[in-house]
Design a protein around this ligand. Structure first.
Ligand SMILES: Cc1cc2nc3c(=O)[nH]c(=O)nc-3n(C[C@H](O)[C@H](O)[C@H](O)COP(=O)(O)O)c2cc1C
Length: 317
């Protein structure tokens, strides 16, 4: 057992969060994580309000443990989503990108624990000033939209800058990483790619096989998909997009911005690996199995315990 400010804040057994992933972290994955003692997060940016309502009900039916909803504060219906989270008694709300002070206040008044995702110290300080309960700080090796600062530098910096619990993300996959995050001053870890690659993840096996086959050089950060830095699997399509950026010809950014959600959905929901757009962290290069969420989290906790003993023994020797 490793008790931290995170396990205390959320009332969970283990300091392990399943990061929100569009089209991937729905009821099945979020509930499997929460049932395994971690905190599952439903990704709602890719759901309609009605779909989110259904997803919350299904998750609550699958688990009696705490879970959360990840949402965008700049969504046109963000206030309605917050009302839904409150009325459905969802224990945790996490903001993808920048939160809004009034939404944080509404959630906190209703007793919902709030989290903000940050990629830079100043964003963590701002959210802390608005009363957020915790931050997920994600380093540049993470999957999906990422900043440029690596996890090994971002986490110690953010942990020193704010008093609230910091959840470290970007490149985590095992118990040694959890201990490293705690050493840097974090209260736990969040993982995306590692949870995508579980037997509880709803993604098609053909897609999982592409991730498993990738090496540490198998991802790339591109701004050609939607204008913001996005870490994805390096595929023929991505190589072509990047090449066109250098050559200045071919597909324009406008076209891709419209196509990106369609292509992401086709890969994650329909198993279309051939379309070539799949968000991924660099850590995919170190992953070669598909455990259940329970096996994954139990394994991480066992390894974290063994790592702490190894370090303590080294000190005594
Ligand atoms: C397939 C995939 C989809 C993602 N979709 C979202 C999303 O919809 N919203 C979001 O805020 N972050 C998204 N992310 C980022 C994750 O929440 C998290 O920051 C990241 O996975 C952490 O790095 P790791 O993959 O190295 O664990 C996604 C990541 C992946 C791998």
């Amino acid at each position: 057992m490793i008790a931290t400010r995170l396990t205390e804040l959320f009332g969970i057994r283990y300091p392990v969060v399943q990061a929100a992933m569009g089209y991937v972290s729905g009821p099945r994955l979020a509930a499997a994580t929460s049932n395994a003692g971690g905190l599952g997060l439903i990704a709602s940016a890719t759901m309609s309000l009605a779909e989110l309502e259904g997803a919350i009900a299904e998750t609550a039916a699958r688990t009696s443990a705490p879970f959360g909803v990840n949402l965008r504060a700049d969504a046109p219906d963000a206030a309605e989503r917050v009302r839904l989270i409150v009325s459905a008694h969802v224990p945790v709300a996490s903001f993808a990108q920048a939160p809004k002070p009034e939404l944080i206040a509404t959630l906190k008044e209703a007793g919902v624990v709030t989290i903000a995702s940050v990629g830079a110290r100043r964003h963590a300080e701002k959210a802390a000033g608005w009363g957020i309960d915790a931050v997920i700080a994600t380093g540049g090796e993470g999957g999906g939209h990422v900043g440029a600062v690596p996890t090994s530098l971002l986490i110690p910096q953010v942990a020193a800058a704010v008093d609230i619990p910091v959840i470290a993300a970007g490149g985590f996959f095992d118990g040694r990483g959890l201990v490293a995050a705690l050493a840097w001053g974090a209260a736990g870890i969040a993982m995306g790619t590692r949870f995508l690659l579980t037997s509880d993840s709803p993604v098609a096996d053909a897609v999982k096989r592409v991730y498993l086959a990738a090496g540490l050089d198998g991802t790339v950060v591109t701004t050609r998909v939607d204008g913001m830095p996005l870490r994805v699997l390096r595929t023929t399509m991505i190589d072509r997009l990047e090449g066109e950026e250098r050559g200045g010809s071919g597909l324009g950014q406008e076209l891709m911005a419209d196509d990106a959600p369609v292509l992401l959905r086709a890969a994650m929901v329909d198993g279309r690996t051939d379309l070539g757009l799949m968000s991924s962290g660099q850590v995919t290069g170190l992953i070669d199995d598909l455990p259940s969420c329970a096996e994954l989290i139990e394994g991480i906790m066992a390894e974290a315990g063994a790592t702490l003993e190894r370090l303590a023994a080294a000190r005594e020797a």
